[in-house]
Design a protein around this ligand. Structure first.
Ligand code: ZN
Length: 501
């Protein structure tokens, strides 16, 4: 008879296969499925999700976890099998604490709320969405109660996406970020006309954009034998396994940044997923450890590498040669400034590196107040406007460009937004650490070489997959907790130079 550990591994392999199958079906839905497939496809996804849920949350999984833990008693914390049990126990606790009835209610209510939100957003009608938002806040509060928390219900929600990070951690992180970020944003605002992004809004042939973005992904190190790139309305990365990682992009003829930086972003996610297979971990651990750490990879490749002067000093001649009609009269320096234009705007997803986190702080404050009951849904639009003025110096002209702009609240993703900022902060923290060990990285980037940086990421982050919880990983790699120092230093140097302050 095999050990419990063997039994556990076999069971988790099946669980992971169901997840991958669901991932493939979902990827296909967003890329190639004809419109008519929508109704039956929802059923396919639902049954795969149900089978996965039943198998993972079964008592048998819990029994195997407990027994395997005893079998491994005394083994090192770092051991791959010990990690498998530790991380899976954390997942199992989260998934089994919540009653199936609440899971089903959230799923049914979000399906409804998403439709209501889409219509309300199109008509900029907050009152139409308000009852749904009430419902979402109520359901996520119930969810938090089942999950359990020490001091703030938001802790439980956040922990689903960023294990180990608390509301207090985020408050502390954002206090420093806000203090240092606002002066940078203000200095840029005073000089806002010194940079124009007009060149990237000229006409760019879509077929040629596709050629360039495929090359750009390969230059970074994306392995097309273990992945592919397709098109979808909203770019995303879907990993079926480290040997089959799919990214998508979208092409907009008069906005070159959308495909170029969107591809670099998704490639960053994909490199993490492709690298997560290098450590010989069980398939269920061979993936990114948290949304925040994942986002640190995408933002590093998109912004720190992809929007750097070094990168374009090497690749701009190729881009120019591909689009002579739009770029022959634009020199490299003008292009570099254009892709880095910073300006407060209403829409989060269109925000630049400097102002992006201000959007997140606003949402974090809104969410924690809604969940704690300090803020009512009725008063939420006024609170949004007030904070938008405080953070961005802008009052949204309508709810569509204000409180109704994001899909998250309609799908009960409360507690998710901070992971975007955690990703930004970590991108700079990790990059700074890589540079300390390999000062040649910027020069290599300026020669179009990324192997030292990618090798460092693989060794220190990617190969560990989900073996360590995010805070542990950050501490091991950087010797520090997540903090804003490196990110602020990066922004100050880069944007101070571009805008002259
Ligand atoms: Zn991302």
């Amino acid at each position: 008879m095999g050990t419990a550990l063997e039994g556990l591994k076999a069971r988790l392999t099946d669980v992971q296969s169901l997840r991958s199958a669901g991932g493939l079906v979902s990827w296909e839905q967003q890329t190639y499925m004809p419109e008519g497939g929508a109704t039956t496809r929802a059923g396919h996804l639902a049954i795969l999700a149900r089978l996965e849920h039943e198998m993972f949350t079964a008592e048998e999984t819990g029994r195997l976890l407990d027994t395997a833990e005893r079998e491994l008693d005394g083994a090192s914390y770092d051991d791959a099998d010990v990690s498998l049990v530790r991380v899976t126990k954390h997942d199992y606790a989260i998934r089994t604490k919540v009653p199936a009835a609440l899971v089903a209610e959230i799923s049914a209510e979000t399906a409804l709320a998403t439709q209501i939100w889409a219509k309300a957003r199109a008509q900029s009608d907050f009152n139409a969405f308000a009852p749904s938002l009430e419902k979402m806040v109520d359901l996520t509060r119930q969810l938090a109660d089942y999950l359990g928390y020490a001091s703030h219900p938001y802790d439980a929600l956040l922990d689903q996406y960023e294990p180990g990070t608390t509301t207090a951690d985020v408050v502390e992180m954002f206090a420093g970020l806000r203090r240092d970020l606002l002066p940078i944003a203000n200095a840029i605002a005073e000089r806002k006309d010194s940079v124009s992004d007009a060149p990237i809004h000229r006409n760019f042939d879509v077929a040629k954009q596709k050629t360039f973005t495929e090359q750009a992904a390969a230059w970074f190190g994306f392995d097309f034998k273990r992945g592919r790139q397709d098109q979808s309305p909203h770019p995303f990365c879907q990993s079926l396994s480290p040997d089959d990682v799919r990214i998508t992009t979208r092409f907009i003829p008069n906005f070159l940044s959308s495909s170029v930086f969107g591809t670099m972003h998704e490639t960053g996610h994909a490199l993490y997923e492709q690298g997560a297979g290098l450590g010989g971990l069980h398939p269920i651990l061979a993936s990114g450890t948290s949304l925040g750490v994942h986002e640190s990879q995408s933002r590093m490749w998109e912004n720190i590498v992809g929007r750097s002067r070094g990168y374009w000093s090497h690749f701009y001649p190729q881009l120019q040669a591909l689009f002579p009609e739009s770029l022959s009269d634009v020199d490299m320096e003008t292009f570099y400034r254009a892709i880095n234009k910073s300006e407060p705007s209403h829409i989060r997803v269109e925000a630049d590196e400097v102002t992006y986190n201000l959007h997140i702080m606003l949402r974090f404050e809104m969410e924690t107040d809604l969940v704690s009951g300090k803020l009512s849904v009725k008063d939420a639009p006024d609170a949004w406007e007030e904070r938008s003025q405080g953070y961005l110096g802008l009052t949204p002209p309508d709810h569509k460009r204000g409180i109704l702009q994001d899909v998250h609240w309609s799908i009960a993703l409360i507690g998710y937004f901070p992971t975007y900022s955690i990703g930004n902060l970590l991108s700079a923290q990790f990059y700074e650490t890589a540079l300390k060990q390999h000062p040649s990285i910027p020069d290599e980037i300026a020669q179009g070489r990324f192997d030292t940086l990618l090798g460092w990421l693989r060794e220190n982050i990617h190969q560990h997959g989900r073996r360590y919880f995010p805070q542990e990983l950050v501490q091991r790699v950087t010797g520090e907790k997540i903090n804003s120092r490196a990110y602020i230093a990066y922004l100050r140097a880069k944007f101070g130079e571009i805008y002259g302050f």
